[in-house]
Design a protein around this ligand. Structure first.
Ligand SMILES: Cc1ncc(COP(=O)(O)O)c(C=O)c1O
Length: 398
C-alpha cells in the first residue's frame, strides 16, 4: 500500500541533503574490516582513519576497571536513573579552566551538543557561516535545521590554512550577512591547523557587534594547550557572551565510547537554551564515572601530547624523503596526505589492501577532488607499518 508519510517539512528537507559525514551511518565498518581481512588475507587492520588518541586512556581508568567491587557498583546503578546534574564533573572542569561552574553544559558527545546548538540558533531563513573544509557535522546538522550556508572556501594555494586574509573575509561576511552562527574548529579538523587566539577574538568581537554567535570546537584542543599558553578560546568566555567553546573526552582522553562532551559559555541564557534540547539522561552512570576519573589525571593529556609530537617528527622525517607524497603540517594527532599522481580513492584502496585504513577526504566539502587522505598518528610500530605501506605504493609494488 502506498501512503504519504507525514514527515514534517524540515525532516523532508533534511533527507534530501547529502553531506558526507565523518562516519557513515550506512557503512557497517566492522563488516568492511572483516571483508578487507578476508579479501587480502590480513590478520589485522590498523585504523588510521579515526582521529582519537590510540594509546588509550588514563591509568586511573584502568584502576576503575579493576575495582574489586565494580560488579557491585554495576548492580547498584543499573537499576537507577543516572545522575544528570554532573556537579562533580563540572566542578573539576571549572577548576581546570578557571571558569564558574555555571558556564558548563554537558552532552552526549559533541555531536549532540552541535545538534542542540543548531536547534537553539538556526531555522529556515537564518544563515550560518562555515569556513571549509571543516568538521562535516557542523554542516549536516546546520542544513537539516533549514538554515542557509555561507561557505568560506579556504585557499588551496595556501594549503587550506587560515591566513590574515581569511580573517578579513570572515569579518566582512559577518558584518554584511549577520549570520546566526559561525562554526570554527580549532585546531581545524581536518587540516590540523591551530588558529591564533587573536584571530578567534577578532571574529568573536565582530560577531558580537551584530548579534552573531560563535562556536569554537576545541575537540582536539588539548593537543595545542601548551602552545596556547593554557589560553584556548575558553579564556575568552567570561568576556564574550556570544562565544561557545566545545571540548570532548573522545580525542586526547581516548574515551569516545563514553560519549561525554561539554560546552563552556558565559551567557546563562545560551546554557539554558541548549539544555532544553538535551535528553533528560543523555548517557549512562558508567560514562559519568569514567569521565569523573579521567579529569583527575592531569598527566595523561600531557604525556599523550608529548608522545604524539615525537612520533609526528619521526613520521614526517620519513615522509620528507618520499617525493611522491605531500603532507600538511599539523598541530594535532591527525594529518592530511596525498600522492602526487595516485587519486585518493585508489590510494585508499592500496593502503587498505595492506591493512591500513585511512579516511578519504575527497567527499568533504571544500576538498572535493583534492585527493587527500586523513591519517591518525598511532603507536611507533604502527606508524612504521604505514610508512612501509606508503613506500610500497611509491615503489609501485602493485
Ligand atoms: C572537530 C570535532 N568536533 C566534534 C567531534 C565529535 O566529538 P564527540 O565524539 O564528542 O561527539 C569530532 C570527532 O571527530 C571532531 O573532530
Amino acid at each position: 500500500m502506498s501512503w504519504q508519510i507525514p514527515l514534517n517539512s524540515l525532516t523532508r528537507h533534511a533527507v534530501t541533503q547529502n553531506v558526507e559525514d565523518y562516519l557513515s551511518k550506512d557503512t557497517d565498518e566492522y563488516a568492511l574490516i572483516d571483508e578487507l581481512k578476508a579479501r587480502h588475507r590480513l590478520s589485522r587492520i590498523y585504523r588510521f582513519d579515526i582521529g582519537k588518541n590510540t594509546d588509550g586512556y588514563s591509568d586511573l581508568i584502568e584502576g576503575v576497571l579493576e575495582m574489586a567491587d565494580l560488579a557491585g557498583l554495576c548492580r547498584e546503578n543499573l537499576v537507577e536513573y543516572p545522575d544528570n546534574h554532573y556537579q562533580k564533573l563540572v566542578k573539576r572542569m571549572a577548576a581546570i579552566f578557571k571558569l564558574a561552574p555555571s558556564c558548563f553544559s554537558i552532552s552526549a558527545g559533541l555531536e549532540c551538543m552541535i545538534d542542540h546548538i543548531c536547534r537553539s540558533f538556526l531555522h529556515p531563513g537564518a544563515h550560518f557561516l562555515l569556513p571549509i573544509p571543516n568538521f562535516s557535522v557542523f554542516e549536516s546538522f546546520s542544513l537539516r535545521s533549514g538554515a542557509s550556508p555561507l561557505y568560506l572556501q579556504l585557499d588551496k594555494n595556501q594549503n587550506f590554512q587560515w591566513t590574515e586574509k581569511t580573517v578579513e573575509k570572515m569579518l566582512d561576511l559577518i558584518k554584511e550577512k549577520q549570520p546566526a552562527l559561525v562554526w570554527i574548529s580549532n585546531p581545524v579538523n581536518p587540516t590540523g591547523q591551530s588558529i591564533p587566539i587573536s584571530w578567534i577574538q577578532a571574529v568573536t568581537e565582530r560577531a558580537l557587534a551584530v548579534n552573531t554567535a560563535v562556536v569554537v570546537d576545541e575537540a582536539y584542543g588539548e593537543y595545542i594547550d601548551p602552545d596556547y599558553d593554557r589560553k584556548g578560546a575558553f579564556s575568552l568566555v567570561p568576556s564574550h557572551p556570544n562565544l561557545m567553546v566545545l571540548r570532548t573526552f573522545s580525542k586526547i582522553h581516548a574515551l569516545p565510547g563514553i560519549r561525554v562532551g561539554y560546552m563552556m559559555c558565559g551567557d546563562p541564557e545560551i546554557i539554558n537554551a541548549v539544555k532544553i534540547y538535551r535528553p533528560m539522561f543523555p548517557f549512562s552512570w558508567f560514562s559519568l564515572f569514567v569521565a569523573q576519573t579521567a579529569v583527575v589525571d592531569d598527566e595523561q593529556p600531557i604525556k599523550a601530547r608529548q608522545k604524539t609530537l615525537k612520533r609526528k617528527r619521526e613520521l614526517f622525517s620519513r615522509l620528507d624523503t618520499m617525493a611522491d607524497y605531500q603532507y600538511l603540517p599539523t598541530t594535532t594527532n591527525t594529518f592530511m596526505l596525498r600522492h602526487r599522481s595516485i587519486p585518493a580513492d585508489l590510494l585508499w584502496q592500496k593502503l587498505a589492501a595492506r591493512g591500513m585504513l585511512t579516511a578519504n577526504l575527497n567527499g568533504i566539502n571544500g576538498l572535493q577532488g583534492e585527493e587527500f587522505l586523513r591519517i591518525t598518528i598511532r603507536a611507533r610500530a604502527d606508524n612504521a607499518r604505514l610508512i612501509n605501506a606508503l613506500e610500497n605504493v611509491e615503489n609501485k609494488v602493485c
